[in-house]
Design a protein around this ligand. Sequence first.
Ligand SMILES: [Zn+2]
Ligand SMILES: [Zn+2]
Length: 159
Amino acid sequence: MERRTRDEAGRAACAAGSLTPARQRVLAVLQAQPQRVLGAYDILEILAATGSRPAPMSVYRALEHLMGVGLVHRIASLNGFVACHAGDRGAGHAAQFLICRACRTVIELDGPGVAHALEEACGAARFVPEGAAVVEVTGVCRGCRETQGDGDGGASCRH
Ligand SMILES: [Zn+2]
Ligand SMILES: [Zn+2]
């Protein structure tokens, strides 16, 4: 009897399991800070602090591979990387990110509705997107808003 592993989660786990040690280390750094955008050099520094310092090129190569298999996303607006929060969605899935420019926190939304709306809009405009649509929304997260404000919303405005 043929046993099919159609399960996407199984596939993602498989992808993670077959990683080389160097790729696993890079992935582990990103997964240890699940909502943080890290630049390639941040990753390099963390790796150097916990073991041997890898060559920058090996970090870039690892990131490229991890993005290819859908375990890591590139956040273009912050020029950094974040581990995928939806490891069962497969490589190249549509993703939406809420990005805090103050603390570099990233929240990956699981919103098929947004992806669907974009598909329809592209169709209406007869526009063919390259790969899955990725949306980056920059702003200020709840935590930063609470720290920045003095608890008395709008008190700093002296109109
Ligand atoms: Zn993802
Ligand atoms: Zn923030």
